[in-house]
Design a protein around this ligand. Structure first.
Ligand code: ADP
Ligand code: MG
Ligand code: MG
Length: 892
């Protein structure tokens, strides 16, 4: 097998074998650009080495051959005593992992060739500078010497000389430094710095292989979801020198601004410097414009090359270059990383320049980037005072005064305050407080804890699991790092980084959200040109996604106001209306009465009182969604969630007994709570089980839906409700609910003299429902996958507990690369989705199938749902634009 390829033998499509850097060096060589010659050792050689712990047998010979060809081409020998060839040994994996792996420059220098280099270049200072760089870099990365040792020796040399910058050191100083560096190597490794050039090359190659598995490289790959078994290629490239005096230098440039996407070249340059100096920040760089002044010829050539590369790659390119005594060399190029705003702008610019199609432009932006553009941000220039740090659970920038309970959050919000709700953790009881809050901070729980999930759903900023914070809700204080905060103190949360700052940081709202909610015209008024360009780009790309996508996008919305917002964001219906909030707040005593009812009569009386407010709920919702399908889920959670806390009641009862003031109502309530207490409520009396056990409950809801529909229909509207039955495991459950529901709908239709056909479907959220879908579909007109519960019940772990528990360890050990609550577990849970969809449709070919779990707004999951043939995804209003974009991208 070929393990080594010369640059002139490859091309840009061989990233798997040659790595990104190697493939692009080959491509540029083919294009005739001024790339120093060299060769690439393949990723296959690296994989062999990593598996076997030794280089493949063929490697030595193939490297020798390639090296000789290189030497012949440039007419110099590696590490020769006169006019030596020097090379760089550079890492380069398939996926760019900037700064994660090693590169060694100036390989081939030793005590003799350094003199040859001085001679040939006529610059002694340069030769010694290059040699000290080699020992420093090689010592650190190949021989494992602590970099500090070299760093402080260099500092000491500058101090002795009384200079600030390393370019002020003269040849003599550098020669002395080389001696010192060699001594450091000897002391730290017990061996002399290797003098043999080929040995330097082989050791450097091996250390590049090894750098694939450093801790930081592994961490980076895990975060970026890059597989661990790809390995890196090694590029051996003839050195060119930017440190040959003032007419030399090195730089990095971009064909467009990667931060803003603004058109026009952009970059940094450093005269008389080598490689790493530009990024390492040891000296201040100059803007690229200064190169135009310093060296107009090189600048002109560079501009031409940038244009050529951009035309060739048809995308933003970033380029590393070096000027050696007025001669320009290109050392690297790749399609450049960019911010979300730049991605949208550049994609559309390239369309307008005729370089790519709209489809390609759509491929180049991602839902996650759109989501980023939708969150408000802290003003980057502001001064900040960090208090603590947690998990970046829901992005955005929130500033507010802290409160410790939901009631205070609601009260303060009502009087116009912005509040940050600080809790140990949150639960459904906190919902109103969370809605009122601008941001949420918890000291426990992870990225899929209740607080995080709800916050993301609402598009609200949250930092979760800030473990250093002790929350004392009773005393209304929070302590971290020895600093105590009281109710009313101001905090700034950055949900994109997990940082929490003391005091108020200035926030800038997202103009993209303004566009999504109010349209182009409103959003464009008064923004600067560059923001306007971002907004127009988002508009055009979303419109294109809408044109091409097959899946519909609906929103999860519980109220008319939510639905209204969702509709403005482009929702084509409601995929899930949760009705539980309709039983909280002031209606809660009514539910208590239903539960406490001594007999059927009392229960019916209590239920009857709920009918009118329920009708109003549905009228609001159906009005907002007029003309669009609106899926309403019947009551799902366990009843005890609507009753007071058991422990609290017990305390209250004990106190009352002591004082001899027992309230009979409290006694009944406690008895009911005891009766309904379950040790595992998520697997208990909830969903359809509740509907079949508490007579009249589902009937009440169905009646309210039918009445609301009739009322709107008569007023000339076009309400399109669909009834969703939760937690069905057997078709029998559904038949029972259906029988009652159908007759109620018929009854309302008759008494109101309107035609009412309200489809009834089921949530598929238990494995049994999925596995018997061919039966369930007999009684269901549609399926909606509740993938949160389906994930819990398929894996058998509870979302509310595992996050804080073993998930971190599982992620660490690689059982998951991402939480299955965040991205659908395609091979397990996804298989159930696939089976249920296919078998459901075999029973009922026109079965409508959608998804309404959190996964409906997750880009990767959306692609899965598309390929499984789902008709729609439903997600929180804030994710709707993201889902539209991704559903479009799924077609490409
Ligand atoms: P990274 O992947 O971290 O950018 P590189 O392999 O590109 O690492 O090398 C690090 C630095 O060394 C870059 O600035 C690059 O331009 C410079 N460099 C690499 N090879 C050479 C060479 N043959 N001649 C001059 N400079 C080089
Ligand atoms: Mg580089
Ligand atoms: Mg559920």
């Amino acid at each position: 097998t070929r393990l080594v390829f010369a640059f002139c033998e490859g091309d840009k499509d061989q990233k798997d074998l040659l790595g990104g850097k190697g493939a692009n060096l080959a491509e540029m060589t083919r294009l005739g650009l001024p790339v120093p010659p060299g060769f690439t050792i393949t990723t296959e050689a690296c994989r062999f080495y990593l598996e076997q712990g030794r280089e493949p047998d063929l490697l030595t010979v193939q490297v020798t051959t390639a090296l000789r060809r290189l030497e012949d081409e440039v007419g110099r020998r590696l590490g020769d005593a006169t006019d030596p060839l020097l090379v760089s040994v550079r890492s380069g994996a398939k996926h760019s992992m900037p700064g994660m792996m090693e590169t060694v420059l100036n390989v081939g220098l030793n005590d003799r060739s350094v003199l040859g280099l001085a001679d040939a270049s006529g610059d002694e200072r340069f030769a010694w500078d290059s040699y000290r760089r080699l020992i420093q870099m090689f010592g650190k990365t190949v021989l494992g010497v602590d970099g500090e040792a070299f760093g402080s020796a260099l500092e000491a040399a500058k101090l002795r000389k009384g200079v600030d910058s390393d370019i002020e050191l003269e040849a003599r100083d550098l020669q002395a430094l080389v001696a010192e560096f060699k001594q450091i190597v000897l002391v730290h490794t017990g061996e002399e710095f290797p003098q043999e050039p080929r040995r330097q090359l082989d050791l450097a190659t091996r250390s590049v292989f090894d750098s694939w598995n450093t801790h930081r490289a592994r961490l980076y790959r895990r975060r970026e979801r890059i597989p661990h078994d790809l390995g890196t290629a090694v590029n051996v490239c003839a050195m060119v020198f930017g440190n040959l005096g003032p007419t030399s230098g090195t730089g990095v440039c971009f064909t467009r601004d990667p931060a803003t996407g603004k058109k026009g070249v952009y970059g940094d340059y450093l005269a008389n410097a080598q490689g790493e100096d530009v990024v390492s920040g040891i000296r201040n760089t100059l803007p690229l414009d200064d190169l135009a002044r310093l060296d107009p010829d090189s600048y002109a050539e560079l501009t031409l090359i940038m244009r050529r590369l951009e035309t060739h790659y048809r995308d933003l390119c970033d380029i590393e270059f070096t000027v050696e005594r007025g001669k320009l060399w290109v050392l690297q190029t790749r399609v450049g990383k960019r911010t979300a705003a730049a991605a949208f702008r550049i994609a559309v610019q390239l369309v307008d320049e005729g370089l790519i199609t709209m489809d390609e432009a759509l491929e180049r932006v991602a839902g996650a980037q759109l989501a980023q553009l939708m969150f408000p941000q802290f003003d980057a220039g502001a001064e900040r005072n960090l208090w603590t740090r947690g998990m970046a659970a829901s992005p955005g920038a929130a500033v507010g005064r802290i409160v410790f309970d939901p009631a205070t959050a609601v009260a303060w919000h009502a009087r116009g305050e912005r509040v940050i709700l600080v809790r140990k953790e949150t639960n459904p009881e906190d919902l109103e407080g969370m809605i009122a809050a601008t941001g949420i901070l918890t000291s426990r729980g992870g990225k899929t804890s209740h607080a995080a999930v709800v916050a993301r759903g609402m598009g609200k900023t949250a930092v979760c699991g800030a473990e250093s914070v002790t929350v004392d809700a009773a005393r209304r204080v929070a302590v971290a790092g020895g600093r105590t905060l009281h109710e009313g103190d101001t905090l700034s949360l950055d949900g994109s980084t997990g940082e929490v700052f003391l005091g108020e940081l200035p926030v800038v709202p997202s103009p993209v959200v303004c566009y999504l909610e109010h349209g182009l015209e409103v959003a464009l008024a008064g923004v600067d040109e560059s923001t306007a360009e971002v907004i127009r780009a988002v508009d055009r790309l979303l419109a294109h996604a809408d044109r091409v996508r097959r899946m519909r996008v609906r929103a999860n919305a519980d109220t008319g106001a939510d639905a209204d917002r969702a509709r403005r964001m482009g929702a084509e219906g409601v995929g899930l209306c949760r009705t539980e909030h309709m039983f909280l707040g002031e209606r809660r005593p009514l539910i208590e009465r239903v539960v406490l009812a001594a007999d059927a009569e009392e229960r019916e009386a209590a239920l009857a009182e709920l009918v009118a407010p329920q009708i109003q709920d549905f009228v609001d919702l159906l009005t907002a969604m007029d003309g669009l399908p609106t899926t309403i889920r019947l009551l799902d959670p366990p009843l005890h969630e609507f009753l007071p806390d058991r422990a609290e009641l017990m305390v209250k009862a004990a106190v009352a007994r002591e004082r001899g003031e027992v309230d009979p109502n409290d006694v009944r309530l406690l008895a009911a709570v005891e009766r309904l207490h379950e040790s595992n409520p998520m697997l208990g009396l909830r969903g359809v089980r509740l509907g079949l056990t508490v007579p009249g409950l589902f009937a009440l809801q169905v009646r309210a839906i039918a009445q609301a529909t009739a009322q709107l229909r008569k007023a000339g509207g076009n309400p399109r409700p669909e009834i969703l039955v939760p937690l069905v495991g057997s078709v029998m459950e559904l038949h029972l609910v259906r029988d009652e529901a159908d007759s109620i709908v018929a009854e309302v239709a008759a008494s109101e003299c309107v035609d009412l056909a309200i489809p009834i479907g089921t949530m598929v959220e238990l494995p049994r429902a999925a596995l018997t879908a061919f039966r369930v579909a007999e009684a269901a007109e549609f399926f909606s996958f509740g993938t949160n519960d389906l994930t819990q019940t398929t894996w058998g772990f509870s979302r509310d507990d595992v996050e804080a528990g073993f998930f971190a360890a599982y992620l660490d050990k690689g059982v998951f690369t991402v939480s299955p609550f965040e991205t659908l577990d395609a091979s397990g849970v996804g298989r159930l989705v696939d089976i249920a969809t296919r078998e459901g449709r075999s029973t009922r070919p026109d079965l409508k199938v959608g998804v309404c779990g959190e996964h409906g707004g997750d880009p990767e999951s959306i692609h899965f749902f598309h390929s499984t043939g789902l008709d729609y995804v439903s997600c929180s209003p804030f994710r709707v634009p993201v889902a539209r974009l991704e559903a479009g991208r799924a077609m490409l």
